[in-house]
Design a protein around this ligand. Structure first.
Ligand code: SF4
Length: 114
C-alpha cells in the first residue's frame, strides 16, 4: 500500500454505533423505501406503517427510534438493514457531519492509497 501525499483524508467506520444512537431523524428518501421493505420481507405500506414516522420538519419519512433513542433498526451491535441502509447512514461522517462529531464517533482517518 502506498499512501498518496496530499490525498484527501477519509474516515473509516469502526462500527462504534454512536450515530445509530443519536436522537433525531434517520431520513429515508422515497426511492429507499422499496429496497428496505424488500430486505425486511414486508410490503412497502406495512414497512412504512410499522417502522417510520414523519420527520421533525414534516418533509418526509424518518425511521422510528426506540425509547432510548436508538434507531429502530439497531439490533444489538447490528443494523438489520445494513445492506440497504439509507444514504444518511452511509454518508456519515465523510459526506456530512457536524461540529464536535469527532468527540463521539470513533471513525479513523485514512489517506488515499495508490
Ligand atoms: S438504519 Fe442502520 S445504520 Fe442507520 S441509524 Fe439505523 S441502525 Fe444505524
Amino acid at each position: 500500500m502506498n499512501v498518496v501525499p496530499g490525498a484527501p483524508v477519509r474516515y473509516e467506520c469502526q462500527r462504534c454505533l454512536a450515530c445509530c444512537k443519536w436522537p433525531g431523524d434517520v431520513r429515508i428518501e422515497r426511492e429507499e423505501v422499496a429496497p428496505i421493505a424488500d430486505h425486511l420481507g414486508l410490503p412497502e405500506d406495512e414497512f412504512i406503517q410499522r417502522f417510520t414516522r414523519l420527520r421533525a420538519n414534516r418533509s418526509g419519512l424518518s425511521l422510528l427510534e426506540k425509547e432510548n433513542h436508538e434507531c429502530v433498526m439497531l439490533d444489538g451491535a447490528d443494523c438489520r438493514i445494513h445492506e440497504v441502509k439509507p444514504a444518511q447512514c452511509r454518508g456519515f461522517p465523510n459526506e456530512w457531519n457536524f461540529p464536535g462529531w469527532r468527540k463521539v464517533c470513533r471513525a479513523v482517518p485514512v489517506r488515499g492509497e495508490a
